[in-house]
Write a protein that binds this ligand. Structure first.
Ligand code: UDP
Ligand code: MG
Length: 333
């Protein structure tokens, strides 16, 4: 680590015209007094509003700002990856544009990094401005992931993507090129000394969260199926359990017929068994389908994203050089 470290900040932006300027001002207000060489890479993730124009204006005005404009909306996880691919710094900070992650926490993240931690994640104390249902579902999700997680991997609770990564943690992260990128899982999977820094999560300063409950559900499915094969095992055991119960029930039926004769043809019990087995089979097939779909997507080996335009920051133009193994579109400056 040099005496004057370089810090990069990566910000994915999707329809954030209401907040990007405010965000940049607050970020600059935090970064300038730190006395580090810093750059901020905004990734426009196919916004349909004026976000791109705001970011272009920012980039033209501030020598610290870089802009990557993706060719369409790829989703936050991939937008983030596009930004991270273009980082060359001693440490990188990942932060949302909507000011729910307070830039004022960055000095504490950097302090822990200087103290020797490779991954410093911001850990929410409160979730102000989120509905009861969202809090509860998020809670349940973290708890479920905790139980499903592979041994030795501990997904920290109440953490978003807001965190700092050292250069070696970043290079480890970037070597994972899967399409189904559950970033929280990937951040944790790489390991390295990690530390949480608590903070209070604020309300969005403008715009609206682009997550619907359907998307959150999909995110949870994505998280589980790209993180663990536990549901496949669960399907196996469910099948075994049902089969065992069926054998027991068969025994009961035989004994009952021998003792009491065949009193009433068992239409209700038959229906119950058939429906239950049908349901169990469909669920199991669905689980397998989720994984098969992901295998299908990964085997296509498509590039993760395409860049329409890339404007490196004038202060650190070397962020233009993306790693050689990376597959992206042409950089148009
Ligand atoms: N985002 C993105 N692409 C998307 C959706 C979101 O780059 O398709 C960005 C968004 O601009 C914001 C961050 O990801 O900076 C978090 O999004 P949001 O606030 O909607 O999610 P939440 O805070 O509810 O998790
Ligand atoms: Mg948000």
């Amino acid at each position: 680590m040099s005496a004057r470290p370089t810090i990069a900040v990566v910000v994915p932006c999707f329809n954030e015209e209401a907040v990007v300027e405010l965000f940049h001002d607050r970020l600059a207000g935090v970064m300038l007094p730190l006395g580090v060489a810093w750059t901020v890479i905004y990734v426009n993730d196919g916004s349909s509003d004026r976000t791109l124009r705001c970011l272009e204006a920012l980039q033209a005005k501030d020598v610290h700002a870089a802009l990557i404009n993706l060719s369409r909306n790829f989703g936050k996880e991939i937008a983030l990856t596009a930004g991270l691919d273009h980082v060359s710094a001693d440490a990188v900070i990942v932060i949302d544009a909507d000011l729910q992650d307070p830039p004022e926490l960055i000095p504490s993240l950097i302090a822990e990094w200087r103290a020797g931690y490779d991954v410093v994640y911001a850990q929410r104390r409160t979730r102000d401005g989120e509905t009861w249902l969202k809090r509860k579902t998020a809670d349940g999700f973290y708890r479920l992931m905790q139980h499903l997680g592979a041994r030795g991997i501990h997904l920290p609770r109440d953490t978003g993507d807001f965190r700092l990564l050292s250069a070696r943690a970043l290079s480890a992260l970037l070597q994972m090129r899967e399409h189904h990128r559950f970033m929280k899982g990937l951040f944790t999977w790489i390991g390295f000394p990690s530390k949480g820094v608590p903070y209070d999560r604020a309300r969005r300063k403008g715009g609206s969260s682009s997550w619907t409950y359907w998307q959150l559900w999909n995110f949870a499915v994505e998280g589980i199926t790209s993180y663990t094969v536990m549901p496949l095992k669960a399907a196996t055991y469910l099948g075994l359990l049902v089969a065992m119960l069926a054998v027991l029930y068969g025994g009961v039926l035989i004994v009952r017929t021998l003792l009491f004769g065949n009193a009433v043809p068992g239409y209700p019990s038959l229906m119950a068994v058939v429906l239950f087995l049908g349901g169990a089979q469909l669920v199991t097939l669905g689980v397998i389908g989720e994984y098969l779909g992901r295998v299908f997507n990964e085997t296509k080996h498509r590039p993760l994203y395409w860049i329409e335009t890339h404007r490196p920051s004038r202060l650190m133009p070397h962020d233009a050089g993306a790693a050689s193994w990376q597959a992206t579109g042409p950089d148009v400056t």
